[in-house]
Ligand binder design. Structure first.
Ligand code: DC
Length: 224
């Protein structure tokens, strides 16, 4: 199977680029952040603390979490309910980042991710895909951009969905999440040694897609 890992901080453009690239190549796109977000939502709904391993265990062992593919888009279901949109709020970003620092939660989701990658050609995006989930991935990309640029993109996305967030609050939340995701003890966000570094600070979406598609096509020549 061909596995392409795209890691990087929030707002770097991972999911948008990965989705388009997956469609182009006919691969499955796996948004692993959605899994952590769904557990974050479950913990929030249960009124539990996202920093407590004991709380996370109690909640996660009693819910069902499913990834389904409808057309070419990934949907995530919590106890049978499609929560794909509900998990996109700043509050759930925070819960997801906090519960994702818990070793038990990471272990809980590891097998699901590995199993999808072992059975399909995938483009999987996240924080630890190239370092921990599929270190054997044939192509690894580390996608990043300055935090101000990433926050601005996320702010526009949320505004478009009708959210009344401010740019400052999105920037603060993003900085906080960057620090937590990259300093946690287990599987922190970091570039794999063999990942190709792509900085999208000065690129618009079209340029980012063009650049990454070019990199992937070039690498695939050696892999296939
Ligand atoms: O990619 P995202 O913003 O939807 O991810 C939400 C949170 O989930 C992120 O702040 C950290 C966590 N996450 C993770 O720890 N490992 C992954 N592979 C993907 C996401």
């Amino acid at each position: 199977m061909i596995n392409i890992a795209i890691d990087g901080p929030g707002g770097a453009g991972k999911s948008t680029v990965a989705k388009i690239l997956a469609k182009y190549l006919g691969y499955i796109y796996v948004d692993t952040g959605a899994l952590y977000r769904t557990l974050g939502l479950a913990i929030d709904r249960a009124g539990r603390c996202p920093d407590s391993e004991e709380d996370a265990k109690k909640v996660c062992q009693n819910v069902t979490l499913e990834l389904k593919y409808v057309g070419d888009s990934q949907k995530v279901f919590l106890d049978g309910e499609d929560v794909s949109e509900l998990i996109r709020t700043p509050r759930i970003s925070n819960y997801a980042s906090r519960c994702s620092a818990l070793p038990w939660v990471r272990e809980f989701l590891l097998e699901t991710q590995r199993s999808i990658a072992s059975k399909n050609h995938v483009i999987m995006d996240g924080r630890d895909i190239g370092t921990v989930v599929i270190p054997e991935a044939q192509i690894k990309i580390y996608l990043h951009a300055d935090v101000e640029v990433r926050a601005h993109r996320r702010y526009l996305e949320l505004k478009e969905k009708g959210s009344d967030v401010t740019y400052e609050s999105v920037l603060e939340e993003m900085k906080e999440r960057d620090i937590r995701d990259s300093t946690r003890e287990i599987a922190p966000l970091k570039r794999a040694d063999d990942a190709i570094d792509v900085d999208t600070t000065k690129l618009d979406l079209e340029q980012s897609i063009k650049l990454i598609t070019g990199i992937v096509e070039e690498r695939l020549k050696y892999v296939l």
